[in-house]
Design a protein around this ligand. Structure first.
Ligand SMILES: [Zn+2]
Ligand SMILES: [Zn+2]
Length: 308
């Protein structure tokens, strides 16, 4: 492994960063960052982060997760007048490599206005209960083993109408203007009675009498997501301990990758990663390094020549 300069006494020791969140992410973030660089975290709650997009699809997300974390962290800094800001953002869907299993990408963004830097770390993981289905009853859900796979009731569910009636849409647009919560989307469901009730109400609001049931991915409703947040926070902590070999700014780390790993059979370059690029968030210093996993050749199945 390449050596990375780390600081024992971080410039962040005893400093405070503002975390922009609505959903109780303080606990999973706070410990790893405290342990790594001694940073304290305070939550700002008075910000409507839903204007940046929500998981339940009421407002379409327009920015990438990497842009969103920085915008969110910036909101907290502006609101509180501090120099240090933090935010996280997750996406869920099919895993980018193993397309048949659900995956999650958790992104964490850190802004330090004293140094004028932004540092982003992300983690792609299959550690998620992300799923959804449609049903008319709890019995149906149990038949397809959905509740066990969704880790209900330790993990909450969201229920809504599959094909919302027109008056439901009217209520929805009214709510959008009034910034209210949506009348027939039931979030944070953590017990069977509430689930049964929500399914009945959502069915009554649906043209086809069917309810959609999805996992609630908000951190305070989802212990599995909390675990992933803890991991990405630890990753950010390690990065903030890594100093630029040129200017000693914290946040030195992997920022890009160069494709071209040679094929194991024909030795032609493949699209697999050949080199990892490390860069400084402040100065222009960059280093290209060999893959950390030591892999020298790509599997021929990934080669456009051997396996077109
Ligand atoms: Zn080849
Ligand atoms: Zn530097």
């Amino acid at each position: 492994m390449n050596k990375i300069a780390t600081s024992i006494y971080s410039i962040y020791r005893g400093k405070e960063a503002i975390l922009t969140t609505k959903h109780g992410k303080l606990h999973p973030l706070a410990l790893p960052l405290k342990a790594a660089v001694g940073l304290n975290i305070r939550v700002t709650k008075s910000i409507d982060t839903d204007q940046l997009g929500t998981f339940t699809g009421e407002i379409e997300r327009e920015k990438s997760p990497r842009e969103t974390v920085i915008l969110k962290a910036r909101l907290g800094i502006n609101q509180s007048g501090t120099q240090l800001g933090l935010a996280t953002e997750a996406s869920f869907g099919p895993h980018p490599v193993a397309l048949f299993i659900p995956g999650t990408e958790e992104v964490i963004g850190f802004i330090d206005d004293n140094l004028g830097i932004e540092v982003i770390e992300s983690l792609i993981s299959t550690e998620t209960n992300y799923s959804g289905t449609s049903a008319k009853s709890i019995e149906e859900l149990e038949k397809e083993n959905f509740l066990a796979k969704a880790l209900f009731p330790s993990h909450a569910l969201i229920v809504k109408p599959q094909r919302p009636k027109r008056n439901f849409l009217k209520k929805l647009s009214y709510s959008l203007q009034g910034r209210q919560t949506f009348p027939s989307i039931f979030k944070g469901i953590k017990d069977y009675d509430a689930l049964r009730q929500a399914i009945d109400l959502a069915r009554a609001e649906s043209e086809d009498g069917i309810a959609l049931i999805e996992t609630d991915m908000r951190a305070h409703m989802n212990p599995t997501r909390k675990r992933v947040i803890r991991k990405v926070a630890a990753q950010l902590g390690r990065r903030l301990r890594s100093l630029c070999p040129q200017c000693s700014c914290p946040g030195w780390g992997k920022s890009d990758a160069v494709p071209g790993l040679p094929c194991e059979l024909c030795r032609l370059p493949t699209r697999n990663i050949l080199l990892e690029v490390y860069s400084c968030p402040k100065c222009t210093h960059k280093e290209e390094r060999e893959r950390q996993d030591g892999l020298k050749f790509a599997y021929a199945g990934h080669c456009d020549y051997c396996n077109p």
